[in-house]
Design a protein around this ligand. Structure first.
Ligand SMILES: *[C@@H]1O[C@H](CO)[C@@H](O)[C@H](O)[C@H]1NC(C)=O
Ligand SMILES: *[C@@H]1O[C@H](CO)[C@@H](O)[C@H](O)[C@H]1NC(C)=O
Ligand SMILES: *[C@@H]1O[C@H](CO)[C@@H](O)[C@H](O)[C@H]1NC(C)=O
Ligand SMILES: *[C@@H]1O[C@H](CO)[C@@H](O)[C@H](O)[C@H]1NC(C)=O
Length: 321
């Protein structure tokens, strides 16, 4: 099974995830290093983004009781530092963006769920990552330290047909308002990033989901890319006709929810947006082959009854065929 389980220190060979920039022009964002080989498959221009910076602009506060499956991930046994948002999809199993947990240590990580701080037991990540982890979901299996009922959200129940994202376009999801919301822990964009005690609150935002958002908006000088699932606070038409599209919600692991079906359509993973430029946010749909493999692995770890785990390879061995 193609999974990597991390239960010890992770050294990140990232190159791409660890730095933060704030640039003013879209061109500068999309082509921070001009590279002749613009890689068009699956439509991601040769470009590099930092992690989503967990901010919102004019996104209303949400009640956790309306989203009892939502959780926050912290790199301590308390509320700070906050790192990202996660969703509970099964008892003791949470999903978030892979890029959120790539650089964390398992034994320092907690999931705060239903007002309870639960220590992480293991992370499960895909062995073969997609470019810049755009389409990668990370699993956190937590220890058995929560006694209450587990509220979970169902994940979208349609599989992919084929490579790339044509299947997503073929789904013909409604691209009008009121159908989808993004939910996750965010801070006001004006608060200073990385300040030790910036408060993160649960916010929600009505969003438009459309495969054409990123591929159209993030094109520069005719170079198109990013034919991937994205959401935005306004429609493509509104964006193009300079209507006010000044709301934003972009957090690592943010949950893209199908409001009527009450299903999780996606997990926010990337954006070129900065504190100054509002742009659509890309998400990963939890239905790839790797997703299912890793989910199976997370279940085996959850179900494992070994009392004293002596070797870090123990959990890995549960998932190797
Ligand atoms: C990961 O990539 C390697 C090399 O391309 C390949 O041999 C392997 O089968 C891949 N694993 C999965 C789970 O796709
Ligand atoms: C986490 O693990 C590291 C090494 O594996 C160890 O040195 C450290 O004490 C552990 N920290 C906690 C809080 O358990
Ligand atoms: C999607 O694929 C997974 C893994 O192959 C399978 O377990 C699941 O039942 C499929 N779901 C649907 C709705 O076909
Ligand atoms: C919105 O969806 C409709 C119906 O599927 C489609 O015809 C239209 O092109 C879509 N709009 C955009 C901007 O993609």
């Amino acid at each position: 099974m193609g999974v990597i389980i991390i239960i010890m220190l992770v050294t990140l060979e990232s190159g791409c995830l660890g730095f933060v920039f704030e640039l003013e022009s879209l061109e500068a964002i999309l082509f921070p290093r001009r590279n002749a080989e613009a890689d068009a498959d699956p439509g991601l221009i040769q470009t590099i983004f930092p992690n989503l910076i967990n901010i919102e602009m004019d996104a209303p506060k949400a009640l956790e009781s309306n989203y009892p499956w939502i959780a926050r991930v912290t790199h301590s046994s308390g509320y700070n530092p906050h790192v990202c948002t996660a969703s509970c999809i099964h008892e003791r199993i949470f999903i978030t963006s892979a890029s959120c947990i790539f650089s964390l240590k398992v034994n320092l990580t907690s999931v705060i769920y239903s007002d309870t701080i639960i220590p992480a037991l293991a992370f499960v990540l895909a062995e073969n990552t997609t470019k810049q982890l755009f389409d990668d979901i990370g699993f956190i299996v937590v220890k058995k330290e929560y006694e209450g009922d587990w509220s979970t959200i169902d994940i979208v129940n349609q599989n992919r047909s084929g490579e790339g994202f044509k299947w997503f376009a073929d789904w013909k999801l409604p691209n009008t308002s009121g159908e989808y919301k993004v939910v996750g822990f965010a801070t006001d964009k004006t608060l200073k990033e990385n300040a030790a005690r910036v408060p993160y609150h649960l916010h929600e935002l009505d969003v438009i989901v459309d495969i054409n958002l990123c591929s159209t908006i993030l094109s520069v000088n005719g170079v198109k890319g990013f034919y991937t699932p994205c959401y935005h606070s306004c429609t493509l038409e509104e964006h193009q006709t300079n209507k006010k599209c000044d709301k934003y919600h972009g957090v690592e692991g943010g949950a893209v929810v199908d409001v009527k079906a009450q299903q999780l359509l996606g997990v926010a993973t990337w954006s070129a947006a900065t504190r100054k430029i509002i742009l659509p946010v890309g998400f990963s749909v939890p239905n790839s082959k790797e997703f299912y493999e890793n989910y199976e692995c997370a279940m085996r770890i959850k179900n494992d009854e070994t009392r004293v785990v002596r070797r870090p390879s123990h959990y890995q061995s549960l998932c190797s065929d």
